[in-house]
Write a protein that binds this ligand. Sequence first.
Ligand code: GRF
Length: 203
Amino acid sequence: MKKKIAVLASGSGSNLQAILDALDRGEILDSEVVLVISDRKEAYALERAKRRNIPIKYLRAKDYASREEFDRKVVCLLEEAQTDLVVLAGYMRIITPVFFLSFKQRVLNIHPSLLPAFPGGHGVADALAYGVKVSGCTVHFVDEGMDTGPILLQEAVPVYDDDTVETLHERIRQLEHKLYPKAINLWVQGKIKLMGRRCVINE
Ligand code: GRF
C-alpha cells in the first residue's frame, strides 16, 4: 500500500511542487499526496494541488475558538484521509500538542536555516542580520517546541556580501526542493531510526 502524505502549507507551495515533482520522477517511492490543507485561502499551494486533482481544504482560523480546536479539525481531516505522514511546507501556524496525540513522530517540517540557529518565522532575515557566512536548511521532526525537533537532514549554502533576504532565501529554497523530497523518501522507506534526539539513517 502506498504511504499517504498530507501537506500543510500557507504560501506559494514551491516545496509542495518539489515533492509532487519528486513523486513523478520516482524519487519518493510508494507514496502519494492525498490532501493539502491551508489556513490561507489565497495560498498558491492550493492552486498547485487543485491542478493535480489532489483534495484541498482551506480552514479559516477565526472559525475556531482556539488554536487547539483548529488543530483538532486538522487532525480529524488528516485521519479521515488515512494520513501516514504530515509534511509542513511553509505552514505559518504553530501546531499545538493536540497534533501529537495522533501524529507523534509523523510530522516533518523544513526550516530555512541551520537549526538550532535562527528558529522562528524570520530565519533567513535573522541569519543575514547576524552576519553569518554560511546558512542553509533543516528538515526536522516537529515536536512541541518552536523548530526544536530532532534533525533529519541539513545542508548548507554560502551567504554572499551582496545578499538580500530574497536572494538568500531563493538560494536556500533551491536546496530545500532537493532536501525535502530526500528526507520524505527516507521516512516513507522506513530508513530513519530515532535514538533520542539523533536520527540515524540506514541507507
Ligand atoms: C520555505 O523556505 C520553508 O523553509 C519555510 O517556508 C518557506 C515555504 O516556501 N518554512 P514555499 O511555500 O514552499 O515556497
